[in-house]
Design a protein. Structure first.
Length: 656
């Protein structure tokens, strides 16, 4: 059969670079829209949620579809604000290429760098689109230099512009132009391509000209491999440069691979709930095909589910197709157990999502009325399926509901979503920083759970500190004669749960745990005995080792007018910031370094007040570091502490 040509393209950017506006003009030029919507007027096609239209920002990744040069393009418009990075990272694993939008006014910004590192980690072919060339104060030479020094040296401008600023009206390809500017850019293109090609290198060294057709073919080849990055220019609000950008996408981004004749292979990258049909799983197929009524294996969940309906996705518009082919993305109904990241089919060659950021704040969610608690729990659990990073925690005994978030903008959006979708009015506690714990030293943890009968589970663990950022490693060194394999498996399943609350109530990380002794009883042991015993043994070991608090640390770049430089350095020092030598240039004072999140939560507001809004403060999560001795942060424990063994056993057995 003739297989359709698909390209799955993501469009990503730092907030306010013009990403959604660019998407609108792409849809308009392709004939998908009859009129161009505007973000600031709340009429953008891909901003379909009420909260997106009211705030003028993208909150959820929106999948739309267009045709250009006989290629079907699934275009995924992603949020630009860092609070919604999880939406971006979920899209990355299903893309054939990406358009990275950079503002010609602001240049490379903090979130631009974060996105870039994720794209390179996954080797995704990337086209750079420098937007807003029509704005006052634009300096494209400086922007290209930023792209090359901050992101990657293999940036290849493939266009010239007739003017910078308000006089900008058109772009022109460097190929076939034969002007002074274009000839210089072609020579620069040759030099960059030569670094990856022996034939081009020899010609460049010998100063032999290369015909444009050969140069273009080499550029396409290297761009599709993600070795070089074409740079284009435009002003999306005026529609300038957008059709040329679409041409570049079809040229420089590879078509989706995979054959419909190969074994089924795909990934779930987005989950929503349909009011009529229930859970909707957005699937990217890398190979094979799915049809209505097919039974499909979910490798991640070890289940097989029947497909009830397949639809083509276009934001809020759906078209029943009944089939999904390799290379395409579609909405599949019937995958009721599916979660984001689940692999369907054989599971080969599916790249894991690249984590751009992790939630660093926790808040308590409070309903307007106490009788709404159960409805609120159910609503947040549904939203948690759509955004697993929320990690909803319902403490039933304490009647407390907690979630993890990236920032205050996310809270405002979440508040609006709860009203819009569920009719629930809520408030939030003040966000608090998420700390972690790690063992201070090597120690053993021991538990003999033999009373009250019938029960018998004896465990001994060795707990050791591990390098920062390494997470948790578990292994067992116990004979199956002493502890049956099924009991050992139960212990392994319970270790992550046991590490959710350490001595101070925070998640324990960066440690190696080895089960070195285990015993069961031929008559008295039940598998659930190890559900009870494992947390007691782990906590016993942590008490012996002691734990060190870890706090999240941000990297930052701060720029203020020169007259505020001294006060800014003093503030940074008080907040336990660490920074390099400041740089003063063109009336601005710039400094880079690291700073704890806990001390800088309100700093952007304070800095804005100090400088009258003339400061720029960019941050990115860097790592978790040991807290200094004077920092004490303890979290209220959920449930009974396993160190209080008698009470804990009764609590687990529901005997309290």
């Amino acid at each position: 059969m003739t297989q359709p040509v698909f390209r799955n393209i993501g469009i990503v950017a730092h907030v306010d670079a013009g990403k959604t506006t660019t998407t609108e003009h792409m849809l308009y030029l392709s004939g998908r829209l009859k009129a161009v919507g505007r973000v600031d007027e709340g009429t953008a096609y891909t901003d379909y949620l009420a909260v997106e239209r009211s705030r003028g920002i993208s909150v959820r990744a929106a999948v739309t579809r267009l045709t250009w040069q006989e290629s079907t393009i699934n275009l995924i418009d992603t949020p630009g604000h860092i609070d919604f990075s999880a939406e971006v990272e979920r899209a990355l694993s299903v893309l054939d290429g990406v358009i990275l939008v950079v503002s010609a006014v602001d240049g490379v910004q903090a979130h631009t760098e974060t996105l870039w590192h994720a794209l390179r980690a996954m080797s995704i072919p990337t086209v750079i689109y420098v937007n807003k060339v029509d704005r006052l104060g634009v300096n494209l030479r400086a922007v290209i230099e930023q792209l090359r020094t901050i992101l990657h040296p293999a940036m290849v401008p493939i266009q010239t512009v007739d003017a910078e600023g308000p006089d900008f009206t058109e772009v022109q390809s460097i190929f076939g132009a034969h002007t002074g500017d274009s000839d210089a850019l072609i020579d620069g293109c040759h030099a960059i391509l030569a670094e990856n090609d022996g034939q081009l290198l020899a010609a460049y060294v010998e100063e032999r000209p290369i015909d444009e057709a050969t140069l273009i073919a080499k550029l396409v080849q290297q761009a599709q491999l993600g070795a070089v990055f074409p740079v284009l220019f435009g002003a999306s609000l005026k529609g300038i440069g957008v059709s040329e950008l679409l041409d570049a996408v079809v040229t420089y981004v590879p078509r989706a691979g995979g054959s419909v004749d190969d074994p089924l292979r795909g990934v779930v990258f987005k989950v929503e709930r349909d009011a009529s049909f229930g859970r909707v799983a957005y699937v990217r197929l890398f190979a094979g095909s799915i049809r209505n009524r097919d039974e499909v294996a979910n490798q991640t969940r070890s289940v097989a589910e029947k497909v009830n309906l397949i639809r083509q996705i276009d934001v809020q518009t759906y078209h029943d197709t009944g089939v999904l082919f390799a290379g395409d993305v579609g909405a599949v109904y019937g995958f009721n157990q599916a979660r984001i990241g689940d692999v369907i089919g054989t599971g080969e060659k599916v790249l894991p999502a690249k984590h751009l950021s992790i939630p660093l704040l926790t808040v308590q969610v409070l309903p307007e009325k106490d009788e709404d608690y159960i409805a609120l729990v159910e609503a947040l659990q549904e939203l948690n399926i759509e955004d697993p990073a929320l990690e909803v925690n319902w403490m039933k005994d304490e009647q407390e509901l907690h979630i993890k978030v990236m920032g205050t903008i996310q809270l405002e959006v979440l508040e609006g979503l709860l009203v819009e979708r569920f009719g629930l009015h809520v408030s939030f506690s003040q966000p608090s920083v998420i700390y972690k714990e790690t063992p201070k030293q090597k120690a053993e943890g021991y538990v003999a759970y033999t009373m009250p009968k019938p029960c018998w589970a004896i465990l001994r663990f060795v707990i050791e500190p591990a390098p920062r950022g390494s997470g948790v490693t578990y292994s067992a060194n116990v004979r199956t004669e002493d502890l049956l394999q099924r009991y050992q498996n139960e212990v392994e399943r319970r270790v992550p749960e046991a590490l959710q609350q350490g001595l101070y109530g925070w998640e324990v990380t960066d440690l190696n745990i080895t089960l070195v002794e285990g015993q069961h009883h031929v008559w008295h042991t039940h598998p659930l005995d190890f559900v009870v015993a494992t947390p007691m043994g782990i906590m016993n070991g942590l008490r012996s080792a002691g734990t060190q608090l870890l706090e999240p640390v941000l990297s930052f770049k701060l720029s203020v007018p020169e007259e505020y430089g001294g006060r800014v350095l003093s503030q940074l020092s008080r907040m336990r910031g660490e920074f390099g030598n400041p740089v003063a240039a063109r009336g601005r004072f710039t400094v880079e370094g690291t700073i704890p999140l806990a001390t800088s939560l309100n700093y952007p507001v304070e800095l804005g007040i100090l400088t009258g809004g003339r400061a720029i403060f960019w941050t990115n999560f860097l790592e978790y570091r040991e807290c200094p001795p004077e920092v004490h942060a303890e979290r209220k424990r959920r449930g009974v502490n396993p160190l209080d063994t008698a009470k804990y056993i009764l609590w687990v057995r529901n005997a309290l």
